[in-house]
Design a protein around this ligand. Structure first.
Ligand SMILES: [Zn+2]
Length: 516
């Protein structure tokens, strides 16, 4: 018998981007969308077009540029939302409108202040309208995990009659357990008479750490679309992690007996990319893509692995694309070798960007003996994540030591209207509890914005004592969280760059909002 296909619907760019501080700019979203295509994702949910102008533009641009995966946009069950969504996804080769409406009594009564009859009516109307614009329309019964089964079945039947091609059963608040959730999917298949005309999808949240287990249980019970994100990022505790589901299906093919199009050897790259761009680090013991996922520490295990890998290893690092050799380039590497390495790492960049990166590479190679893949990726992503730069770091000097007061002097150029006028050079100096603190205080003096650092982490990008240090931080400005990232062989400089990047994002976002 022909195997069923499980559709992978990735919502890293929509639900994942809703993680606090994870917001990405257009260039970053395009990098992620391209990588998701390389990974073999069937559907990319690119955003929620009506939520902001930026989201609309991102969905539209991704729709125009991505040729293989379907592109979905999210919208509420109203004509205005659906029209806006369509105007963003209509450029895609395979567009999809994704309409959601809550079906649990709690949401219907408390949030929407409506009755079940009104909800049923709204859902049908919305699907019919969506269907008049786009042939691929998905309906999501928000909070399905806590909805009354009789009512849920009735809504599912009605939206399929109205033309929905996919019906999504989300466990919006991560409340159900695996066997219970599987039973719900089986019950929908049993009770909804026209269910064979649509594909059942699930969207599980990880509040109890059960998102992947619930999704797999749904597959066992007939769900054929899985909504998930890279590294499991998303609202609150996040979504089901794509890499864990894909690898479970690969490692246990006879148990699940389904096919899918994920190229698992792209998982590691994708995970790294998303982690870097969102500033959300992957925990070391995370399944599949964590730094320790393939590290064997115990002597007995190491001995077993050396005798036969299968003793303690159910999958190989190569299956998920962990690179075997990390060592690549150095001071004497030429332009050609550098460009080829970038291409091999999966980046398609234009000539100008490549030349610009080569200059940065040469500066780095002078400071560092060996340049690793991770260093190159850091260079590329520092470049693409910077976006429009209002403030640029020109000069930094910080001193600290036992018995001295840490002080910093900073010079920053301010370029308000994108190079139309000459930039203004500003300078500041301050003392602090340490050199980073002093640097941040000096920057604060100059920029004059009430910005508060909420999270700061420093790690080494690659190995060796001359490794690049990477600072990832989050800062709050007027109630919004912005992430910043900086790399350098000097950790004070990396800290300053990361802080200025977050400031640039905040200033840009706030100025755009004011301008509207
Ligand atoms: Zn969600």
């Amino acid at each position: 018998m022909e195997k069923d296909t499980v559709i992978f619907f990735d919502t890293t760019l929509r639900d994942g981007e809703q993680s606090p501080g994870a917001s990405m700019n257009l260039k970053e979203k395009l990098l992620v969308a391209n990588q998701l295509t390389a990974l073999g994702v069937d559907v990319i949910e690119a955003g929620f077009p009506i939520s902001s102008q930026g989201d609309f533009e991102a969905v539209k641009t991704i729709s125009q540029q991505i040729k293989t995966s379907s592109i979905a946009g999210l919208c509420r069950a109203s004509e205005k939302d659906i029209t806006t969504c369509w105007n963003a996804v209509k450029y895609a080769k395979k567009p999809r409108i994704h309409i959601f409406l809550a079906t649990s009594d709690l949401h219907i009564e408390k949030k929407l202040k409506k009755t079940r009859t009104q909800i049923l009516d709204m859902a049908v109307k919305a699907i019919k309208y969506g269907k008049s614009l786009c042939k691929d329309v998905e309906f999501s019964a928000e909070d399905a995990g806590r909805s009354d089964m009789d009512f849920l079945c009735k809504v599912v039947e009605a939206v399929i009659d109205a033309g929905a091609t996919i019906v999504n059963i989300p466990d919006t608040v991560g409340h159900t357990t695996p066997i219970e959730f599987g039973k719900k999917i089986a019950e929908i298949r049993r009770r909804v008479p026209n269910i064979s005309k649509a594909i059942i999808s699930v969207h599980c949240h990880n509040d109890l750490g059960l998102a992947v287990a619930n999704s797999l249980s749904a597959i066992e019970n007939g769900a054929r679309q899985i909504e998930c994100t890279i590294n499991g990022i998303g609202e609150r505790a996040g979504n089901a992690s794509l890499e864990e589901i894909a690898m479970t299906l690969k490692v246990r093919p006879h148990y699940y007996n389904v096919k899918h199009s994920i190229k698992t050897n792209e998982l590691y790259n994708t995970s790294k990319l998303v982690s870097r761009l969102t500033g959300i680090l992957v925990q070391v013991n995370k399944a599949i893509v964590g730094a320790n996922a393939f590290a064997h520490e115990s002597g007995i295990h190491q001995d077993g692995i050396l005798k036969a890998r299968a003793t303690y290893e159910i999958m190989s690092p190569a299956d998920v694309g962990v690179p075997e050799s990390l060592l690549v380039l150095g001071k004497h590497s030429g332009r050609h070798a550098f460009f080829k390495r970038i291409k091999d790492l999966g980046y398609k960049l234009d000539e100008k960007t490549l030349e610009h990166l080569f200059e940065k590479f040469k500066i780095l190679a002078d400071k560092k003996k060996t340049v690793f893949d991770d260093d190159i990726i850091a260079l590329i992503e520092e470049d693409t994540s910077s976006g429009k730069e209002i403030f640029i770091l020109n000069y930094l000097s910080a001193t600290s030591g036992t018995g001295t007061i840490p002080t910093a002097t900073v010079k920053i150029s301010k370029n308000e209207d994108n190079k139309k006028t000459k930039p203004v050079i500003l300078q500041g100096a301050a003392c602090g509890s340490g050199p980073v603190d002093a640097t941040y205080k000096a920057i604060d003096q100059i920029i004059n914005m009430d910005i508060k650092l909420t999270d700061f982490s420093l790690r080494s990008v690659s190995s060796g004592e001359d490794a690049l240090g990477e600072v990832v931080l989050k800062a709050e400005y007027k109630g919004m969280i912005y992430s910043g990232k900086g790399t350098s062989t000097d950790i004070i400089e990396a800290s300053a760059k990361a802080y200025i990047q977050a400031i640039n994002k905040a200033k840009l976002f706030y100025d755009n909002k004011k301008g509207k």
